[in-house]
Ligand binder design. Structure first.
Ligand SMILES: [Zn+2]
Length: 419
């Protein structure tokens, strides 16, 4: 799965549909309504990227308020979770709210979970400053106990208790215990009446808030979020598998995988360990499409540079050197440690000792940072020591750029990675 995005729409949220038979139940999971809650949006993303759904359907919006995620802010334009009762058309988030409302009310959606990271630990009775009824962390939130219309999921309290029980069977510490928190919104909770879940309830969609606690690091928050999501799927008869162990340690490795981002079909760069600024990046002003396997990754144009973000973190900033692109180069021939390789444009090539780029008629090769007395960069063996480390794109000094040009146009980039 890769998400393809146009630069102009980089901060629109993504809807990922994982479907089998659409007449079976559909769960809608929403993450990232508030950008400073990485447990919720990382858990939603992992559900979208690392789970296979084999029966039933799961729709995931992992990055609802993507701008707030990039800004690492609860809400640069105010709290989006208070915009679901009424909202002026002039509000900068009006379109986003309208779009998610139409997804929530889609007739295929049977149950909605909104993912949050809350403060402290919710407890029914006051225990201490961190554990009390005014905290939200480690709870399953419902607006009311039941619905008065027909839905197999109308018993909200019962479902919440089922989820809480499943989570509590897998606690890492007894302090982490989950509880159901019924906000009884209809009885006069003015704030909650403006929320996404209450909008869903009023549109006959069973809806739940799921809270991990901000007391935990992100992998621990995600652990509890995923336990809860698996319980919702179990309850709905949605069958799934995942390709990692559900432990905070494995979750941390999933979050820290290298997701790569392919820019404008010409350049693929890793998302891990990259220098914070990359200079003279060949970019065509008119090309706008990029893709990544991770929906939390975006490219945005800020002033004269192109910024890459992954969730709350900045990956790198590219200072462009503008070129027209040439699309005629499909691949390049390289000799890698003695072996001939035909390499598609945009690939990364792993090298043990040396590589040699075969010259190609009509094209000019520029290995960034490499030079020799003959000023020839093709058909020569190049070793790691031949390129000064400061020219690498990664902080470890192992990954270097090969750029290919045709006349004055840029034809593509390849990366060589020394092991
Ligand atoms: Zn929240």
């Amino acid at each position: 799965m890769a998400v393809t995005v146009n630069l102009a729409f980089a901060l629109d949220f993504t809807l990922i549909k994982k479907e089998n038979n659409v007449s079976d139940p559909t769960l809608l999971v929403v993450g990232g309504i508030q950008g400073d809650e990485p447990g919720g949006f990382n858990a939603s993303t992992i559900l979208a990227t690392h789970y296979t759904i084999t029966k039933g359907n799961v729709w995931v919006v992992p990055n609802l308020n993507f701008y707030s995620i990039v800004k690492r802010s609860r809400g640069p334009y105010g709290d989006m979770n208070r915009k679901f009762a009424t909202l002026k058309k002039s509000d900068p988030e009006y379109k986003i709210v309208q779009r998610i409302k139409s997804i929530i009310t889609d007739k295929q959606v049977d149950l909605v979970v909104n993912m949050h990271d809350g403060s402290g630990f919710y407890r029914e009775k006051y225990i201490d400053k961190l554990h009390n009824p005014y905290k939200w962390g480690q709870s399953s939130i419902i607006d009311q106990a039941t619905f008065d219309f027909n839905s197999p999921y109308k018993d909200l309290l019962k479902i919440s208790q089922y989820v809480v029980k499943h989570v509590n069977e897998h606690l890492l510490d007894k302090e982490h215990r989950y509880h159901t928190h019924n906000t009884k919104t209809r009885e006069g909770d003015v704030e909650m009446a403006k929320s996404l879940t209450y909008f869903a309830i009023n549109n006959k969609k069973p809806a739940f808030g799921n809270e991990a606690t901000k007391e935990f690091s992100t992998p621990y928050r995600v652990y509890y979020h995923l336990l809860a999501l698996e319980a919702y799927m179990n309850y709905m008869g949605i069958k799934f598998s995942r390709n990692f162990e559900l432990t905070p340690k494995d979750i941390a490795s999933v979050i820290n995988e290298d997701y790569e981002v392919t820019l404008f079909e010409k350049i693929t760069i890793p998302t891990k360990g990259i220098r914070s600024k990359l200079r003279y990046f060949p970019i065509d002003k008119d090309r706008t499409v990029y893709r990544s396997k991770n929906p939390l990754i975006c490219a945005i144009k800020e002033g004269n540079s192109y910024k890459l973000h992954y969730g709350n973190h900045s990956i790198t900033s590219l200072s462009p050197q503008f070129f027209r692109y040439d699309d005629s180069l499909k691949k390049l021939e390289l000799l890698v440690d003695g072996e001939v390789k035909d390499v598609p444009t945009g690939s990364t090539i792993c090298v043990d000792k040396y590589f040699k780029v075969r010259s190609k008629k009509g094209f000019r090769v520029n290995i960034i940072g490499y030079s020799n007395s003959k000023k020839i960069e093709t058909d020569v063996k190049i070793y790691h020591n031949d390129i000064p480390k400061r020219f690498s794109i990664d902080k470890d000094g192992k990954i270097f750029r090969i750029e290919v040009y045709r006349d004055k146009k840029f034809s593509g980039m390849f990366l060589v990675k020394f092991r």
